[in-house]
Design a protein around this ligand. Structure first.
Ligand code: FES
Ligand SMILES: [Fe+2]
Length: 340
């Protein structure tokens, strides 16, 4: 049960070479392959004849050839050749999925193709801005339902416990969170005044001493998050105030794609307002971020297993307001798709 009429990240563009790439997306087998002109296409990974995964065949020019009896399909899923018939049967068609390359990623639309509007792809502020640096990012598979990850991303309070040695810093525990709902998602945020910079960020700040820190976790339906971290000299931060020239800003993009009900592929990259083009800075962030996300992964996989075997109802706390609101809206979106 997933929202289907939405763009999801299928893969990094850099992952698609010459061959056929099988993926499981929202519980459906999909095969990606690159056409000779460079465009990547996505087809259902099942031959209509005996349902052999097409990814077990081979790519021939702009087509894929089934590895069992050689049926061939073009990038739109139309059959161009079938054994024993000069004209392929009209029903010999494989489902194709709209696919768009953006931000170094391939975005797939698993729902009604007529509704696939590329302008609805998650927007990345400052993409291509020469004043901003890019931490190239990575991905990992997490053995949990993706909504445990959106729960986690709408829950800055976990930082103090799960990321004790990295993102956490003074006052993480006791500054109350604000929840701001919007038509396209939920944002949870807070300003923490006059605190020590978190150890993860401290080496990159352009100022020394204490800071004002903003955590802003914006998660858009159904599964994409933009997390903004701001560090500014103590006394200069606060909602509605202009940003101090020495302010550190890091936008983390967290893009979740359900593999199925029990597994999620988690993609991420970051944009930073300093050291553009400095590969060493990118490498340091990439390594630290992966380490921190590993800390989340261990927790989230255990939570998925824990809730699957719960015998007594689990408890909700005030910190769950954002995640619960998000889940309610996702459930409504799924219901609306089924009603159509
Ligand atoms: S199973 Fe694909 S051609 Fe027969
Ligand atoms: Fe985390």
């Amino acid at each position: 049960m997933f929202v289907r009429n939405a763009w999801y990240v299928a893969a990094w563009e850099r992952e698609i070479g010459e061959g056929l790439v099988p993926l499981m997306l929202l519980g459906e087998p999909v095969v990606l392959f690159r056409q000779p002109d460079g465009a990547v296409v996505a087809l259902e990974d099942a031959c209509p004849h005996r349902k052999l995964p097409l990814s077990m065949g081979r790519r021939v020019g702009a087509e894929v050839e089934c590895g069992y009896h050689g049926m061939r399909f073009d990038g739109r899923g139309a059959c161009t050749w079938a054994p024993g018939s000069r004209v392929p049967p009209a029903s010999a068609q494989v489902r194709s999925y709209p696919l768009v390359a953006r931000y170094g990623m391939l975005w797939v639309w698993m729902g009604d193709p007529a509704a696939a509007d590329p302008t609805k792809i998650f927007e990345v502020a400052h993409w291509g801005d020469p004043a901003w640096g890019l931490n190239q990012g990575d991905s990992m598979e997490v053995a949990c339902h993706y909504l445990y990850i959106t729960d986690n991303l709408l829950d800055p309070s976990h930082v103090a416990w799960v990321h004790r040695g990295s993102f956490a810093g003074g006052a993480c525990e006791d500054t109350p969170l604000q929840v701001t709902p919007a038509a396209d998602g939920v944002t949870v945020w807070r300003w923490m005044q006059d605190v020590e910079p978190a150890p993860f960020y401290a080496p990159f700040l352009k100022f020394t001493g204490r800071c004002d820190r903003k955590q802003q976790y914006e998660v858009r339906f159904p599964s994409h998050a933009a997390i903004r971290a701001i560090f500014t000299p103590a006394g200069t931060g606060g909602e509605g105030r202009p940003l101090h020239p020495q302010a550190f800003i890091m936008d983390s993009y967290n893009l979740m794609t359900p593999i199925d009900e029990h597994r999620t592929r988690y993609f991420w990259f970051q944009m930073r307002n300093f050291a553009p083009g400095d590969e060493e800075v990118s490498r340091r962030f990439d390594a630290s971020v992966r380490a921190a996300f590993e800390e989340d992964r261990v927790i989230l996989e255990a939570v998925h297993r824990g809730i699957a075997r719960e015998r007594t109802p689990h408890l909700n706390l005030p910190i769950d307001a954002g995640p619960l609101r998000f889940r309610r809206r996702v459930a409504e979106m799924i219901e609306a798709e089924h009603a159509d």
